[in-house]
Design a protein around this ligand. Structure first.
Ligand code: SOE
Length: 381
């Protein structure tokens, strides 16, 4: 069987996660790796065991590469995804799809015209119990959605000495916590409930108005190891913490809190969805169980096990219950669906996986949230 050849661009925190996930699929081979310069690409390719270190232009010129993963800082997503599509290759892009709506719209249009496979890495949709919650909603087991409460909390930017390119608007965009992690939460809420967010009211706070920027390069999550003399002072303009009220298209309401300065919360997304029949509560740090609340009768906990979930969820589960699956598995499951389409050579009519159009939708909500925080008003999405 000849394998589908893939190139990956960017090797910070998430690029290697894509590579590992791709390696767990039988019909894919990651053959090329690209970085800001050929020296870094060569060093990273050796470290990750990839045969062709290259520049971005060299990657685009490789005729045998069918699909490219964009895992670079946010400001590069638009230009690189566009170049990949124009080179006639399928594209998997990290979130956010772009740093503004116009660019995202252009990518959606270009992808649609090309017919090429296009996907955005909203991997949290691929926890099996997230899809189980979606299926329960679709099958009418929750009833009408009354309310949604969500939070996404991290602590890797907790200290003023914690630093990363995501703090710099020219690399990350004008919103930070909402764009970086709120994006996953907002996408997941619409994905599970099927509701559309129609209005938002946001309150942002920059807890650390000044931070210490390291004088040498560091990767995401790794700044904890630096010393005092390694820093310079810089002002910060993006939010560490945000509260957002949501109004949905069924007339009911939700609220989310997003923070990157919550000590002890390493990477915790929580969501609680209350319907007219049941409530579901799920937490990404304990992803193998979902709490089901009832008004009359006992509450229960459903474990991730192929025999206990809805049939539509089983394809996302590799191991039986008790053999825990986590963050790394979500990307593998997402890519499994994406590469069925790559093998077919075109974007399906109704893709199961998150597409550039979903990337646009998430960016639209995030832009409206940013507008609301600036104007201190409700904003229509
Ligand atoms: C950093 O906040 C980050 O790596 C995000 O960019 C990812 O999307 C999230 O999955 C984990 O945290």
């Amino acid at each position: 069987m000849s394998k589908i050849k893939v190139g990956v661009v960017g090797t910070g925190f998430i690029g290697p996660a894509h590579i590992e996930a791709l390696r767990r699929l039988p019909n894919i081979e990651v053959v090329a790796l690209c970085e800001v310069n050929i020296e870094l690409a060569t060093a990273k390719a050796a470290q990750l065991g990839i045969e062709r270190p290259c520049t971005f232009d060299q990657l685009l010129a490789m005729e045998d590469i069918q699909c490219v993963h964009i895992c670079t800082p946010n400001f590069l997503h638009y230009s690189q995804s566009k170049a990949v599509l124009l080179a006639g290759k399928h594209c998997v892009c990290e979130k956010p799809l772009a740093t503004n709506l116009e660019e995202a719209a252009e990518l959606v249009e270009l992808a649609a015209k090309s017919g090429l496979v296009n996907a955005v890495h909203f991997n949290l949709r691929y926890y099996p119990l997230v899809r189980q919650m979606k299926m329960m909603k679709e099958k009418g087991e929750l009833g009408e959605i009354y309310s949604v409460i969500g939070s996404y909390l991290q602590d890797w930017l907790f200290y003023a000495t914690d630093y990363n390119w995501r703090l710099e608007p020219d690399k990350s965009g004008d919103s930070r916590a909402i764009a970086d992690i709120g994006s996953h939460l907002l996408d997941l809420i619409e994905y599970v409930t099927g509701l559309k967010t129609v209005q938002v009211m946001a309150d942002f706070n920059t807890v650390h108005k000044n931070r210490k920027k390291p004088l040498k390069p560091i990767e995401t999550y790794s700044g904890k190891m630096l010393q005092a003399e390694d820093y310079a002072d810089v002002p910060i303009n993006t939010e560490d913490h945000a509260n957002v009220l949501l109004r949905f298209d069924n007339g009911n309401r939700g609220s989310i809190t997003v923070s990157q300065v919550s000590a002890g919360r390493k990477n915790q997304l929580k969501v609680e969805i209350s319907g007219s029949i049941k409530t579901l509560a799920w937490n990404s740090e304990a992803p193998n169980e979902v709490w089901i609340g009832a008004r009359d009768g006992a509450n229960s906990v459903l474990m991730r096990d192929p025999s206990l979930v809805h049939e539509e969820v089983r394809s996302l589960i590799t191991y039986p219950g008790g053999h825990n699956e986590g963050f790394g598995d979500t990307s593998k499951q997402l890519f499994k669906e994406v590469y069925l389409a790559v093998a077919e050579g075109k974007q399906p009519e109704s893709p199961k996986f998150p597409t550039f159009a979903d990337g646009y939708r998430e960016l639209l909500i995030c832009e409206r949230i940013l507008e609301s925080s600036r104007s201190d008003q409700w904003v229509t999405v």
